[in-house]
Design a protein around this ligand. Structure first.
Ligand code: GDP
Ligand code: MN
Length: 341
């Protein structure tokens, strides 16, 4: 039987993308950090590791986004954390705040209910604004218009291994469009009507759905029905093609979802929305799992397995790894390529 450390699950980054820091060739790419002014320590932590493991050699620019202006203190802290260039962007109110057409009474009722059900961020409006912004708007920000590729980084994450290859040039060269390190199950209570809504979208837009797409990894087949298994790529880490989100198909998809109000009447996350979008509009082989990138966001770790671990000089233990644990969906991703059940 195949082991999980063999291809195709483990599709290593080809040699030609390693050691390219000395060449002047770079992708049109930015590291994008959405954050608040009070997250300076977390931003410093993420940047320190990203710089140490990758960007001190590659010098990709940073774009910081916020719905309020960044403070002078924030800017000062960032400016000493990297020798790359950086820009600070303000998010326009329409892209962030709860729209007027949302029935606030209904939304408030949902928040109250989720709070009593102890749903994480269940009663938070800002969190919902954030999820909607990341789902449908970040890629429209003026500061991102000059870029094709982005790496989403959050405050307070860790990178455990040297990244001696250029992930953006890898994506470009290998025709990848969306990449993840961790894939897990969503809390059901936050997305009750998301799948039925997506199903409606699919039936009214069959021509927009990609051939050979990745939907199968998100499907759970019961006796008489096919539902979503709650698997999603954990979007606090993403390396992706902005053109995917800017495509007519995805925009139409987002607008359809947004019009149902589920970002506020439930608590639809950007992770499931991006995942469903990538699964609908990309070929499955355009979605990539970066085994080589050791990553932590509370409370989960992806630590590279196989030869990538030693090569990356990884400061994580292979056994402290969500990849093959119960909550992980990586096996579902593998099955896409193994043709298993
Ligand atoms: P979690 O990862 O789902 O627990 O949520 P986080 O609190 O980490 O938020 C996700 C991302 O959105 C992080 O990059 C945060 O810095 C950012 N974020 C969350 N809420 C806000 C907000 O109200 N304003 C801004 N500007 N960024 C936010
Ligand atoms: Mn986070």
């Amino acid at each position: 039987p195949k082991t999980w450390t063999e291809p195709p699950y483990y599709t290593p980054v080809p040699e030609k993308y390693y050691g390219t820091a000395n060449s002047t060739r770079r992708a049109s790419a930015a590291i994008v950090i959405l954050c608040r002014n009070d997250q300076i320590p977390g931003v410093r932590m993420s940047m320190a590791l990203l710089e140490q493991r990758f960007n001190h050699k590659y010098h990709y620019p940073y774009v910081f986004l916020n719905e309020v202006p960044f403070s002078e203190e924030f800017k000062r802290n960032v400016s000493v954390a990297t020798r790359s260039s950086f820009e600070f962007g303000l998010i326009e109110p329409d892209h962030w705040f709860q729209p007027d057409w949302i029935d606030e009474e209904k939304a408030a009722k949902a928040r109250k209910q989720m709070k009593s059900n102890k749903v994480l961020y269940g009663d938070s409006v800002p969190y919902r604004n954030m999820c909607r912004f990341q789902s449908g708007f970040f890629f429209r920000h003026p500061l991102l218009q000059k870029y094709r590729w982005y790496w989403r980084v959050e405050p307070h994450v860790q990178f455990f291994c040297d990244i001696d290859f250029d992930p953006f040039l890898f994506m470009e060269g290998e025709d990848k469009r969306y990449a993840f390190t961790i894939s897990i199950h969503e809390y059901k209570k936050t997305v009750r009507t998301l799948w039925p809504t997506v199903r409606d979208f699919i039936s009214s837009n069959p021509d927009l759905i990609a051939e050979d797409n990745a939907l199968e990894m998100l499907m759970e087949r019961n006796k008489n029905s096919v539902t979503w298994n709650m698997c999603h790529f954990w979007s606090n880490f993403e390396i992706g093609d902005l053109e995917l989100w800017r495509s007519d198909a995805y925009r139409k998809f987002f607008e359809f979802l947004d019009s149902k109000g589920g970002f506020y009447y439930e608590r639809w996350g950007d992770a499931p929305v991006h995942t469903l979008g990538a699964a609908l509009f990309l070929r499955k082989d355009q979605i990539h799992f970066f085994n080589e990138i050791g990553y932590w966001h509370v409370p989960l770790t992806h630590c590279p397995t196989g030869p990538a671990h030693a090569r990356g000089n990884c400061q994580c233990e292979e056994k402290d790894n969500v990849d093959r644990q119960g909550g992980s969906c990586l096996n579902k991703y593998d099955e896409l390529f193994l043709g298993g059940t």
